[in-house]
Design a protein around this ligand. Structure first.
Ligand code: SAM
Length: 444
C-alpha cells in the first residue's frame, strides 16, 4: 500500500516522489508515475517500485507509517532535550538604535541593565548541571554572549570566559565548548582582540549589506550610520585571524539585493554569514501587515538565489542547514534553540528559554538544583508549534521558526511562523530540483 506520507512535485514532465518525513526523492517520467499510481500498471516499473519501497513510500501496513512517525518524533525529542547553548545576555542596553530591533523598546520598559559577574557564573553552574545529565561528546556546545550590545559589559564576558576555561581545565566542563560574541562590532578594540585570541572566541557581527543599505536602519543611538565602523572592526578581527561571521537581517531596503550578499560578505574575509528574517512587530511596523507575505516570499527566493549563484550553499547558514538535513536524510530539527536547546540568563539574572521573551522562569540564584530547561512548561508548550505536529509537506526541512515572533505577531506561540513555512516550502522545491539537475548532469 501507499504511505500516507507520499508526496509529489512535478516539473517539465518529471515527477519527484518523496516521503514527507525524510525526503529522498525518487524521480520518474510523468507517464510512468501515472501508470503506476493511477492505473496500477506495475509492468516494467520494477526499479521504480524498489526505489519507492526503499524510501518507505510503498509499505506493508499502516503500522509502518506509524512506526516511521514515532521514530522521527523520538529523534526530535532527543535532540531537543540537549542544551547545546548557554546564552549569557550580558547587556540589555545598546549603543545602536536599529530601526527593526526590539531592544530599545525593552530598555524603555525594563531599563538598561548589565548581567552581573555573579549571575553569569551562577548561569554557568546551572548549565554544567544540565550537561552532566545529557552530555554528548559528538556534539559541539556553545556559550553565546548576547544583548543588546554585549561589548558594553566586557567585565562579565572576561570573568565568564576565565571561569569557563578554569572549569574545562579541571574537567568540570567538557572540551567541546566554543565561545561566541554577537556584536554590532563598533566597540571591538585591542582588549577585545586579545580576549578573543586568548579564549578562541568567535565573533558574529551584525551587518545588513553595503553602506547605503546598512545605514538606513543600522544606526547608532545618535542616528548616525554604522557601516564604516562595523566594517573596520570586521577587517581588524579577520586580520587577527579571529573566526568572524556576519548576521544579516533582511530588511525592506536590501530585499532586492540579497542574492548578491555572498560575494559582498566573502570580500570582507568572513568565514560564513547567516540571513535573518525580521521577526515580531518591528517587521509590521516597517512594512505594514499587508506587506508581510510578499516580504517572506521575496526574502525566501533571495536566500535561495544567493546560495545557487555562488555554486554551493555552505557560505550562508540558513541554506546550509537545510541542504545538510536534506542531503543526510535527517529530519531538520529546529530554527531556534528556544525549544529546549538553550538556557538563557537574562541581564537581571532571570532564567529564560528565549533571549527576547522574558519567560521569568526564576532568578538564577533561586532556581532549584534540578531545574532543567527542557522540562519547563513553556518549552513543552512551545514545542507544540513544531511542524512535525501540523499539516505541511515541507516539514522535514522546516524548523518551526520563532515562537517569540508568533507571540508578538499573532498572540500565540503555537501559531505558525509564516516566514519559516514559506521559506521551507520554497527551499524544499529548490532542493528537490537542484538534486535532479545534478543527477542529470552526472549522467550526461
Ligand atoms: C539583537 S542583535 C544583538 C547583537 C548586536 N548588538 C548586534 O547588533 O548584532 C543580534 C541580531 O539580531 C538582529 N535583529 C534585531 N532585531 C531583529 C528583529 N526584529 N528580527 C530579526 N532579527 C533582528 C540584528 O540584526 C542582529 O543581527
Amino acid at each position: 500500500m501507499w504511505s500516507r506520507y507520499l508526496r509529489t512535485r512535478e516539473k517539465d514532465g518529471i515527477v519527484a516522489i518523496f516521503h514527507e518525513l525524510h525526503p529522498d526523492p525518487v524521480y520518474c517520467s510523468k507517464e510512468r508515475w501515472s501508470d503506476l499510481y493511477d492505473n496500477g500498471i506495475a509492468n516494467g516499473a520494477e526499479m521504480l517500485i524498489n526505489g519507492l519501497k526503499k524510501c518507505k513510500l510503498i509499505i506493508n501496513s499502516a503500522d509502518d507509517d506509524l512506526r516511521e512517525f514515532k521514530m522521527v518524533e523520538a529523534n526530535l525529542e532527543r535532540k531537543l532535550n540537549q542544551p547545546i547553548i548557554l546564552y549569557l545576555m550580558v547587556a540589555q542596553g545598546c549603543n545602536f538604535g536599529c530601526g527593526y530591533c526590539p531592544v530599545p523598546e525593552t530598555v524603555n520598559k525594563h531599563g538598561a541593565s548589565l548581567l552581573s559577574v555573579e549571575d553569569a557564573l551562577a548561569g554557568i553552574e546551572l548549565w554544567q548541571k544540565h550537561l552532566k545529565d545529557v552530555y554528548d561528546p559528538t556534539l559541539q556546545y556553545f556559550v553565546i554572549f548576547y544583548g543588546g550590545e554585549p561589548l558594553l559589559n566586557k567585565e562579565t564576558i572576561k570573568a565568564s570566559l576565565a571561569y569557563l576555561e578554569m572549569k574545562k581545565n579541571v574537567r568540570d566542563l567538557p572540551p567541546n565548548i566554543s565561545y561566541m560574541i554577537a556584536t554590532n562590532g563598533v566597540l571591538v578594540d585591542e582588549e577585545t582582540i586579545a580576549m578573543c585570541k586568548k579564549y578562541k572566541v568567535m565573533m558574529t557581527v551584525g551587518l545588513d549589506g553595503p553602506k547605503e543599505i546598512n545605514d538606513v536602519l543600522r544606526v547608532d543611538s545618535d542616528g548616525n550610520g554604522t557601516f564604516d565602523r562595523a566594517v573596520s572592526s570586521i577587517r581588524l578581527l579577520v586580520a587577527n585571524k579571529i573566526r568572524t561571521f556576519i548576521s544579516a537581517s533582511i530588511t525592506p531596503f536590501n530585499l532586492d539585493h540579497i542574492s548578491e550578499c555572498s560575494s559582498f560578505f566573502r570580500d570582507l574575509g568572513v568565514e560564513k554569514f547567516g540571513f535573518n528574517f525580521l521577526k515580531g512587530h518591528m517587521l509590521t511596523k516597517l512594512i505594514g501587515q499587508e506587506g508581510v507575505e510578499d516580504y517572506y516570499r521575496r526574502a525566501s527566493r533571495g536566500i535561495i538565489d544567493n546560495a545557487r549563484r555562488q555554486g554551493n550553499s555552505g557560505f550562508e547558514y540558513q541554506m546550509e542547514k537545510k541542504q545538510l538535513a536534506f542531503d543526510s536524510g535527517d529530519f531538520y530539527p529546529v530554527d531556534c534553540t528556544c525549544y529546549g536547546n538553550q538556557l538563557v540568563i537574562q541581564p537581571d539574572g532571570q532564567v529564560s528559554n528565549c533571549p527576547f521573551y522574558k519567560s521569568w522562569l526564576g532568578h538564577i540564584k533561586s532556581v532549584s538544583d534540578d531545574f532543567r530547561i527542557w522540562n519547563q512548561p513553556i518549552v513543552r508548550e512551545w514545542r507544540k508549534k513544531l511542524p512535525l505536529f501540523h499539516p505541511g509537506e515541507a516539514k522535514a526541512v522546516n524548523g518551526g521558526g520563532c515562537a517569540w515572533s508568533s507571540v508578538d505577531l499573532k498572540g500565540d506561540p503555537a501559531a505558525v511562523d509564516d516566514s519559516s513555512q514559506i521559506f521551507s516550502e520554497e527551499v524544499l522545491n529548490d532542493l528537490i530540483w537542484f538534486r535532479y539537475d545534478r543527477l542529470c548532469a552526472r549522467e550526461a
